[in-house]
Ligand binder design. Structure first.
Ligand SMILES: NC(=O)c1ccc[n+]([C@@H]2O[C@H](COP(=O)([O-])OP(=O)(O)OC[C@H]3O[C@@H](n4cnc5c(N)ncnc54)[C@H](OP(=O)(O)O)[C@@H]3O)[C@@H](O)[C@H]2O)c1
Length: 341
């Protein structure tokens, strides 16, 4: 029994995996031993954790022996196959994929909102979708005081949300475009340089909504524990390297003014107001990159609702951090000691 848990990172070579390592380091997350796991392609390579080289091992069924906490970020199919194996071996899993998010037995947690749900876990805790986290962290303090009946979210999602290879593809295709060369996309399905496109997840022909949008709708209801909240969402991939932005308009049950929103968000955990009308300076992905907080600005009345119940705002957040690695580490920090035994 150790106070310093053995921590496995599944997908350690990925965009989120790299942020797991950096986030554990800067938050002084207690780690007795790190198990760095990835595919056979990466086995034998190394990652650096707290100044020491850790050899990457191939993910196998035996990889979780002796592991206390397993942080998964290698895609839904890997999580579906190996998270139950890790639980059986005695680990608590914090999963970044969508595999278990809507499972009624799996808590879906944003610590600023529903940390108390962590104690309900039966081995797996799910990290929500990054576009959902970005919207919900600043919406929650408002919803708690003056219930949000309806919210409309339009996303501007960065390449980093699609992983390290997508970030490389954005850089390479931009370079090719500037040099007048043709470029065949391999990671994302459509030309990305100097372009934007509807989110590249599968689209439901019946509803016209893509998977990313459906996740935001369902996960909002689960995290807020409010099945009635009406959510409209349009997810778009924009040629930004890192950090998602979102335009959000919401309607509350009771009247709400922009000063109410500023007051509610002024000291809200995980939120920083960036709202300078004089300088026309508002949340930008370049400012959100590398930051823990969701930046919130352009807080103003929605003039399309003369009843005074609706507010519009614009947010930006580093989805590799708050949308993925940071949120997962915050969850792991809250695991009771006995879970680490
Ligand atoms: N990017 C985000 O902002 C974000 C946010 C929230 C959630 N997520 C979720 O986190 C997961 C990873 O995202 P990412 O952006 O980090 O992707 P990524 O940069 O493409 O990294 C994928 C990782 O998965 C590993 N992997 C792939 N196939 C594997 C296999 N068969 N066995 C073991 N490991 C394997 C890769 O290892 P190799 O290098 O060895 O191939 C790599 O470490 C996805 O489920 C994604 O939905 C991502």
């Amino acid at each position: 029994m150790s106070n310093d848990p053995v921590v496995a990172i599944v997908g350690v070579t990925g965009a989120v995996g790299a942020e797991f390592i950096a986030t554990m380091d800067r938050r002084n997350f207690r780690v007795g031993r790190l198990k760095a796991l990835a595919s056979a392609r990466s086995a034998g390579k190394t990652v650096t954790f707290r100044g020491k080289e850790v050899v990457i091992e191939e993910l196998t069924e035996r990889a979780f022996d002796g592991v206390d906490i397993a942080l998964f970020s290698a895609g839904g199919s890997i999580s579906r196959k190996y998270a139950p194996v890790a639980v059986k071996a005695g680990a608590v899993v914090v999963d970044n994929s969508s595999a278990f998010r809507m499972d009624p037995n799996v808590p879906l947690v944003i610590p600023e909102i529903n940390a108390g749900r962590i104690r309900d876990h039966k081995g797996i805790i799910a990290n929500p979708n990054c576009a959902a986290i970005t919207a919900l962290v600043p919406l929650w303090p408002i919803h708690r005081e003056n219930r949000i009946k309806r919210v409309i979210i339009s996303t501007y999602q960065a390449a980093s949300g699609a992983g390290a290879a997508a970030m490389d593809e954005l850089v390479e295709s931009t370079r090719a475009s500037l040099e007048g060369r043709s470029f065949e996309p391999k990671v994302l399905p459509l030309p990305y340089a100097f372009n934007l496109f509807s989110h590249n997840t599968a689209i439901d022909p019946a509803t016209g909504y893509n998977d990313e949008e459906t996740k935001v709708i369902k996960e909002t209801r689960k995290i807020f524990e409010d099945e009635k909240i009406a959510v409209g969402v349009t997810c778009v991939r924009v040629p930004v390297l890192r950090a998602h932005s979102e335009a959000i308009t919401f309607e509350c049950e009771r009247p709400i003014g922009e000063d109410d929103v500023r007051r509610l968000l002024a000291n809200a955990p995980g939120v920083r107001i960036v709202d300078d009308r004089v300088k026309n300076y508002f949340p930008m992905p370049i400012d959100a990159s590398g930051q823990d907080d969701v930046l919130v600005g352009r807080i103003r009345r929605d003039l399309s609702d003369p009843s005074g119940h609706s507010i519009s705002m614009f947010v930006a957040a580093d989805q590799l951090l708050k949308g993925a690695a940071l949120n997962a580490i915050q969850i792991a920090e809250l695991l009771p000691q006995r879970a680490l035994a």
